[in-house]
Design a protein around this ligand. Structure first.
Ligand SMILES: [Zn+2]
Length: 315
């Protein structure tokens, strides 16, 4: 058994708290260990019986984020916590939350990844089940926005993300690559978790009057405090000059894509290429992926005893 890459969970609970981005509600979140084979779940502790599996079937419509919903309730802005679980190879977990909006902190996945690393990661006694892409699956909106999952022989997840903001020259064209190897347990947090979310001045999300009309002034204030806000003239974000990366915007989009792919319910073996895409397009891609069984197969990754080679074994 030990030759297979095994499932993992947290060693103990990790607690986080703060105010949410959109509604400014004080919220507590607990990341908790879960039994082997369970997968990821959100548990609304403020509602009766509200357990929502991290599953593409529970994706529901949301504005600029990923939201999971079943008949008992919903949780929005799930992508950053899920990205942290993915990059740290956590298969089984519960995310307990006493509200419907996940915390966003500085707009990155770092607080979640730090909390997981601090709690510790435990190996469980069953192989991880991977989803391997067997043939190309793509969504092309014919306006420059497209996304595709391609088969790869490398037994990893490789993400390429291109963005283009011609009206915001300081962002302009940016590119980010992230290769997630399933073979190693990260000793340090992967850099990608530090990439923060961003907005552009003049964007609907940044229009104070519009947000006020929706009762969302706190969102405006919080975004100014933490996110990166760009305008068409400045050489840096207008509210924040300490960029973590030159390509932080593209890297954050890659982080979002990693978090959204976790909604498949599996670690994915594929090459993911994204051109100017958003959460909504990743959701469409997942729908397309699961619509045809021949698009993928499930299996384990086996390590050869005397070499570094890992092999995919279908189940
Ligand atoms: Zn994001």
């Amino acid at each position: 058994m030990s030759e297979y890459l095994l499932q993992q969970t947290l060693s103990k609970d990790a607690k986080l708290s703060g105010k949410t981005l959109v509604w400014g509600k004080k919220t507590s979140v607990k990341l908790r260990p879960a039994p082997v084979g369970q997968g990821g779940r959100f548990v609304r502790t403020d509602l009766n019986d509200c357990v929502i599996d991290v599953d593409h079937k529970n994706i529901t419509k949301a504005w600029r984020c990923s939201k999971l919903e079943n008949k008992n309730g919903s949780v929005s802005i799930v992508e950053h916590a899920l990205a942290a679980m993915s990059v740290l190879n956590i298969d089984n977990y519960d995310i307990e939350i006493d509200g419907g909006e996940m915390l966003t902190f500085d707009g990155s996945a770092k607080p979640f990844a730090e909390a997981i690393m601090k709690a510790g990661i435990e190996t469980q006694d069953k192989p991880r089940t991977f989803l391997k892409i067997l043939r190309p699956v793509g969504v092309d909106l014919q306006d420059g926005r497209k996304m595709e999952l391609l088969p790869t022989e490398d037994n990893n997840l490789s993400v390429n993300f291109n963005i283009d903001f011609p009206h915001i020259p300081v962002i302009g064209k940016q590119q980010a690559n992230y290769i997630h190897s399933y073979d190693t347990r990260p000793i340090n947090m992967p850099d990608i978790v530090r990439a923060r979310t961003f907005g552009t001045h003049g964007d609907k999300m940044m229009r104070l009057k519009w947000l006020q009309s929706l009762g969302l002034k706190t969102m405006y204030d919080r975004f100014w405090e933490y996110g990166l806000i760009y305008d068409s003239k400045s050489a840096y974000p207008i509210n924040n000059t300490d960029l973590h990366f030159d390509n932080e915007c593209a890297l954050h989009k890659a982080l979002d894509a990693v978090g959204d792919l976790a909604l498949s319910g599996y670690p994915i073996i594929a090459q993911l290429n994204c051109e100017k895409t958003s959460h909504h397009i990743t959701h469409m891609l997942l729908k397309k992926l699961f619509a045809v069984e021949q698009n993928f197969c499930l299996g384990h990754l086996r390590k050869s005893k005397n070499s570094t080679k890992i092999t995919f074994v279908g189940i």
